[in-house]
Design a protein around this ligand. Structure first.
Ligand code: 13P
Length: 246
């Protein structure tokens, strides 16, 4: 089973979003795979109730706040997202961490809020180019994982390894880079959750995934799926990526 997830970031007009669902042809994609979409949150309700949505496509917001309600202008709670049809949520995406200054502690709060409301958190981790050059990949991704690891035993959770230098740059981690990072994450998960449970935590790779590299990445050891940015905006390339999962 593989997880194929699309993160639309702050892209797509509302009519384009519905059109995407109508045009997404999953007939070549094995039923064993899970298909997730993370649209801008304003489109969630319309996409969830759209007749054009293949029921295989599950939805989630790209971020949440950890309180359920209150005077938090501009924020979205896990409860609200869940009420309009979300089943998953991206947490700690590198753009949240690096553009908006989100900390490991905030990421952990958000993971707990997601779990309280039955949303499966997809926790993103990954090093910057500077950190990679300084040989700090392990240290950084383990620090980010350790911040949430105690909460991962509470329910289903996914991890996405997205090296920051590979996001939106056209640079992809080689299957070997991805495999090493995923192995590091899996080992830490095993220590904390036990081997069996650790195996059930899907670890996705993200960063310039496209139809031409999806097959190699998806057949790499410890890569259980992909989190796709740019190439998920086109239903054909997204379906092609999903079809590359065996
Ligand atoms: P790109 O696929 O555009 O590099 O984006 C990756 C990403 O950040 C997905 O969350």
């Amino acid at each position: 089973m593989a997880v194929i997830a699309g993160n639309w970031k702050m892209h797509m007009a509302s009519d384009q979003a519905i059109e995407f669902l109508a045009e997404l042809d999953l007939s070549g994609v094995s039923e064993r795979h899970e298909i997730l979409l993370f649209p801008p949150e304003i489109y969630l309700a319309a996409l969830a109730t759209s007749e054009a949505r293949n029921p295989r496509v599950q939805l989630g917001p790209q971020n949440i706040y950890w309180e359920d309600e209150g005077a938090f202008t501009g924020e979205l709670s896990a409860r609200m997202a869940s009420e309009v049809g979300a089943n998953f949520v991206l947490i700690g995406h590198s753009e949240r961490r690096h553009v908006f200054g989100e900390t490991d502690e905030e990421v952990a709060h958000k993971v707990r809020a997601a779990q309280r409301h039955g949303l499966v958190p997809v926790v993103c981790v990954g090093e910057t180019l500077e950190e990679r050059r300084a040989n700090r990949v392990e240290e950084v991704i383990l620090r980010q994982l350790n911040a949430v690891i105690d909460d991962l035993s509470l329910g289903r959770a996914l991890i996405a390894y997205e090296p920051v230098w590979a996001i939106g740059t056209g640079e992809t981690a080689t299957p070997k880079d991805a495999s090493l990072a995923h192995e590091t994450l899996r080992e830490r998960l095993s220590q904390s959750l036990g081997t069996e449970r650790a195996r059930s935590v899907a670890i996705l790779y993200g960063g310039s995934v496209k139809p031409s590299n999806a097959g190699a990445l998806l057949s790499t050891a410890n890569v259980d799926g992909v989190l796709v940015g740019g190439a998920s905006l086109d239903p054909r390339s997204f379906a092609e990526i999903a079809a590359a999962a065996l």
